[in-house]
Design a protein around this ligand. Structure first.
Ligand SMILES: O=P(O)(O)O[C@H]1O[C@H](CO)[C@@H](O[C@H]2O[C@H](CO)[C@@H](O)[C@H](O)[C@H]2O)[C@H](O)[C@H]1O
Length: 669
């Protein structure tokens, strides 16, 4: 007689994570990420259960990780695992009856109470004897198990001596690693894709190459900067510790409906236009703006960046100026209105009168192939990172297809989604393949907003979405920066650089550029429409630059592996509604000096005041025993303090509104 089919295993094992937004989409991680694997495991009755994570690395190496219960009564089990190899990891969870724990629990209650003493010791003896025969255990452990079984049965010894076996730490350690399991039930196999480290960790810096080395003649006309003059800036960016340089589009810019200064619609003959208005008689998405140089200049620029330890991220903006060669060669790629015109693009309430949006439905295959050709062209020039403009205005299926195609050929290529829209679309873009996503960080400024935002990105969506915390962009100059003075810039950079492993800065941030175009949330005299050479060296000499501080932040990031993780942020209570406190700690992660790595950040998010408060730390979240006192080093000022569970802090917006503290270890009592 066959038994009826059931969906539930003998020991139920369910709700496995990491999981993506939809079951058919794979979750992802980055090389070096410590990933929490979780499952719900329980059973009928009162006997103990256990759970084990089984991992198979892309190389085929297998490891097992005993999972621990996340909270009494929750039946949720977890094991953290370091995924240190790029490729597909396979994993499953087994749930089992834990015979040793069941006996320890029962005997631990009954024997001291004098109930069924000999019976309980005999049950234990039989269990330990059977375990001693298991060949998976090392010889020494098998000998110890057999000896313990004999001791449990040795009636010549006092009961308390025999019963000491119940608490024998060595036995507990042995059964923790190699449990005595019954009714073992195995979950289906799951897959998690591990991408290269730059997919999840990086410091981005954005600048317009045409501004670097641009020169204004006495007659008011401009000479554009180019890839050769912009190379100078690369060394300065590298000196600030950034590792990715993102360039707005570098292609020929259309003339038709070209935008003038401050987003005006009547450009003068010398206005350079918005770089996102791609396409002119000189070429489209595979061409370089003649003012910037030739392909060989771009290649030299990429090479120089690489020599300095920088990667170049290119803009990938699927739209066309009316002058783009696509418009005449492929009118079917655009939507022609009944009056014969093509509507310009929009991202309401913004209007992009100088570009046509693409219609992805008239000739989907033609557009897919052309987009793939363009990406392959730039990949062949050494580009491995693309910042994708407005992906949420294009079909999701298109992105799933093209990212899949590119990553199948070049698994190291990284795409950043520049989408500021509803959560369903932003999350789905990440789930279908975008390695990184812009986020709402820019608009989350209060302590409450930041805690809520950072909790969401580090806990709810981290299995498939990686936020890149840009502090500003050419499109975004928030009120917080407009009116917060230098403290606002310091606070935002400090939080962005330490709260998540990806952060970004658009040029001019370090100069505290804060004047907005009236009625807009972006800088006045915006670089999107004009050349903007900046004298960074002079600003630094005159003490008007945050450049050195950005360099310190990036060096702190580089020296502290705990900051290279997304999921490990923990918030701590403070008594001031404007003082945000969080820590980042990873078990088993060490600094270059071999010290355990734990960072605490305390930030005064009110850029207009001096605040004092007590920070109440959950010391166990720092990897230290409850009640510990420990030394903290302030990584910017170099000061050292002794801290514990409650600590006084004073953060002055006008001098230094942030503490970034490295926990040096517990002080012996
Ligand atoms: O729509 P978003 O806010 O996501 O902004 C991105 O896409 C815009 C369109 O490409 C781009 O806008 C800039 O280029 C347009 C086309 O030339 C121009 O009409 C806009 O005035 C200009 O801001 C924006 O920069 C980009 O980040």
């Amino acid at each position: 007689m066959t038994s009826p089919t059931t969906t539930v295993g003998r020991i139920p094992v369910g709700r496995l994570t990491p999981a993506s937004l939809e079951p058919e989409l794979r979750p992802k991680a980055f090389e070096g990420e410590v990933v929490p694997f979780r499952a719900t495991v329980f059973r009928e009755g009162h006997d103990a259960v256990g759970a084990m994570l089984h991992l198979v690395a892309p190389s085929g190496a297998t490891t097992e990780h005993r999972m621990h219960l996340m909270g009494q009564g929750l039946d949720r089990w977890e094991a953290d695992a370091l995924l240190d190899e790029v490729g597909e990891w396979r994993w499953r969870v087994t749930g089992f009856g834990d015979e040793f724990e069941t006996w320890v629990h029962d005997a631990g209650i009954k024997v001291p109470a004098g109930i069924d003493v000999e019976l309980m010791l005999e049950i234990g003896a039989r269990l330990l004897y059977r375990a001693s025969l298991q060949m998976i255990r090392p010889k020494a452990a098998r000998r110890r198990l057999a000896a313990s079984a004999r001791l449990l049965r040795n009636r010549a010894k006092p009961v308390d001596v025999r019963a000491a076996v119940i608490d024998d730490a060595a036995l507990h350690a042995e059964f923790h690693v190699r449990p005595y399991a019954s009714l073992t039930t195995t979950s289906p196999e799951h897959v998690i894709r591990v991408e290269r480290r730059a997919a999840g960790v990086g410091s981005w810096y954005e600048f317009f190459p045409r501004s670097e080395g641009a020169h204004r003649y006495k007659n008011g006309r401009w000479r554009s900067g180019n890839f050769r003059t912009a190379q100078k800036r690369l060394a300065e960016v590298a000196a600030m510790g950034f590792d990715v340089v993102y360039l707005p589009p570098i292609h020929p810019i259309g003339r038709a409906f070209r935008k003038g200064p401050n987003n005006t619609l009547d450009a003068g003959p010398d206005d350079p236009g918005s770089p996102w208005a791609i396409g002119a008689p000189e070429g489209g998405h595979d061409a370089i703006h003649p003012d910037l140089g030739r392909l060989r200049d771009f290649r030299a620029f990429v090479r120089r960046a690489n020599e300095l330890g920088l990667e170049i991220a290119m803009d990938f903006a699927l739209q066309a100026s009316p002058d783009h060669p696509w418009v005449t060669a492929h009118p079917e790629w655009f939507t022609t209105l009944p009056d014969g015109t093509i509507a310009y693009a929009e991202n309401p309430p913004k209007k992009y009168q100088d570009i046509y949006p693409i219609n992805f439905d008239n000739d989907p295959e033609g557009i897919r192939q052309e987009a793939l050709r363009v990406l392959r062209h730039w990949i062949a020039q050494g580009v491995r990172i693309f910042r994708v403009d407005n992906p949420h205005t294009k079909p999701l299926a298109f992105w799933e297809w093209i990212i899949g195609e590119v990553n199948a050929e070049h698994p190291d290529v990284v795409f950043l989604a520049e989408a500021f829209t509803r959560p369903a679309m932003m999350r789905s873009l990440a789930a279908v393949g975008f390695q990184q996503s812009y986020s709402y960080f820019t608009w989350r400024n209060t302590k409450e907003e930041l805690e809520e935002f950072l909790t969401s990105v580090s806990q709810e969506t981290a299995d498939y979405m990686r936020p890149n915390l840009f502090v500003n962009t050419p499109d975004i100059l928030t009120e917080y920066l407009q009116f917060g003075g230098p403290a606002a810039f310091t606070v935002r950079a400090s939080i962005a650089a330490t709260a998540a492993p990806l952060w970004g800065v658009y040029s001019g941030f370090e100069l505290f550029e804060s004047v907005a175009r009236p009625g807009a949330e972006e800088a006045i005299d915006n670089e999107k429409y004009e050349y903007k050479p900046r004298d960074f060296a002079r600003a630094e000499d005159e003490g008007r630059s945050l450049g050195l501080y950005l360099g310190i932040l990036n060096r702190i990031r580089a020296g502290h592996p705990a900051l290279g993780q997304l999921r490990n942020i923990r918030f701590h209570a403070t008594e001031d509604p404007a003082i945000l406190a969080y820590s980042k700690h990873v078990d088993g992660s060490f600094t270059r000096d071999g010290e355990p790595d734990t960072i605490i950040v305390v930030a005064n998010v009110d850029p207009h005041s001096v605040r004092e408060t007590t920070v109440h730390l959950d010391v166990t979240a720092l990897g230290l025993p409850e009640g510990s006192r420990f030394t903290v080093d302030e990584l910017v000022s170099g000061e050292t303090w002794e801290w514990g569970a409650s600590n006084y802090v004073r953060l002055d917006a006008f001098t230094m509104p942030v503490h970034i503290l490295h926990v040096r270890g517990a002080i012996d009592a």
